[in-house]
Design a protein around this ligand. Sequence first.
Ligand SMILES: C[S@@+](CC[C@H](N)C(=O)[O-])C[C@H]1O[C@@H](n2cnc3c(N)ncnc32)[C@H](O)[C@@H]1O
Length: 430
Amino acid sequence: MKNKDKSRTIVKISIHKHFQGLTLKEIEAIQDEYFKENNLDARDKAFVKNLTLTSIRNRGILENVIAKYLDRPLPKKLTEIKSILIMGVAQILFTRTEDYAAVNTTVNFFEGRLKKWRGLSNAILRKIIREENYKNKKYEPRLNVPNWLYKVWKKQYGEKNTEKIIGYIFKESTLDLKIKKDFDFWKKEIGGEEIVYNTLRLKKSGDPKKISGYKEGAWWVQNLAAQIPVELMGNIKNEKVLDLCAAPGGKTAQLLNEGAIVTALDISEKKINKLTSNISRLNLEKNLTAISKDFLKWNSEKKYNKILLDAPCSATGTVRKNPDVLWNKNEKDIERLVNTQKKLLDKAISKLNDKGILVYCNCSMQFEEGEKIIDFFIKKNRVKLLPIKPEELKLFPKEIFKSGFIRTLPYMYNEFGGLDGFFIARFIKA
Ligand SMILES: C[S@@+](CC[C@H](N)C(=O)[O-])C[C@H]1O[C@@H](n2cnc3c(N)ncnc32)[C@H](O)[C@@H]1O
């Protein structure tokens, strides 16, 4: 098989896995295995990654176009058929692949038990090329947001802001590098745009391992919005900090780099190993204790003055990098996550010393996982909100500050290319 065919096979498998509910991160891990097995070069790998991302990012538009040219819906169970068609149409609408190559290579995937779909697929793809007028068309990005989610955002943020969010989330994400030290030196080495907090912003998010300073441990990848929680913990030099739900460790690196003595805990052993290796690459392991344990079952008696809880969430705020989150989460998942977030927060509060500070954050844009959770805890009277004031984060746009907490959205800080969506609140033990 030629490498291009191998590449498309991996894309087809990836889209199929997406339909089966795997996250983009999980899919990327599978792709890495295939890359090794098939000995693919950097160009082929980039082709696979781009086509996979383009297909998932534009899933709503692609499904909509395909549906227009079908007389009756595809069989729900055979998601493989849809995966192949999505891959084909994505190439026609959104890449520079020649139309004939997109059609031929797609149709060739209909073999064996799928052979009977070959004729229909061929006809659909040719019809799209003939009738869709796609070269002159601007597809509505709104189609890429499932209806239920659109409705929730509209209720939370209003129609105008929801349209602004949608206008931002389907653009390629920037890559923010937090520089450990010697900022000016690394700025010259790496390039990119200097934004606040010793951070360089790169316009394209390629493979970080290829960026200068990776091996030297000169920086770590961390979106600017994700840096805010640690900035709000006050002076943490030589302070003991409990870092909950810590892996893969972006915020752990930040805490250690600020001089804190950190206990980092995460439920996943695999992810804690990743955290440890990330922190070792940065040479910051001296003051780190890493624990792999379910926090809800952690029996330590120790209490802390400073706790960070970066709770597991729907991650809708990171949709620019992870467009799959729009499709693989539903209202039930969010309910389940809220339940876990409440339990985690409840237990985190019990680990606080009197007057101790707890920063709660997550990268969701859903009020249930942010605003509504803090309301719930404040009403229970176990903690008080320690309001976050604009003076503490002078270089940020005023629009991120709500009533004492922070809500960042993808269109904010837009003169520099936007921010991930985050919710951040700071509590003091009541
Ligand atoms: C949003 S990620 C954390 C990101 C991390 N703080 C950083 O800055 O790189 C959430 C993490 O919570 C962990 N997690 C989920 N449930 C947990 C639990 N019950 N106890 C401890 N960790 C948990 C997940 O394994 C995941 O790594």
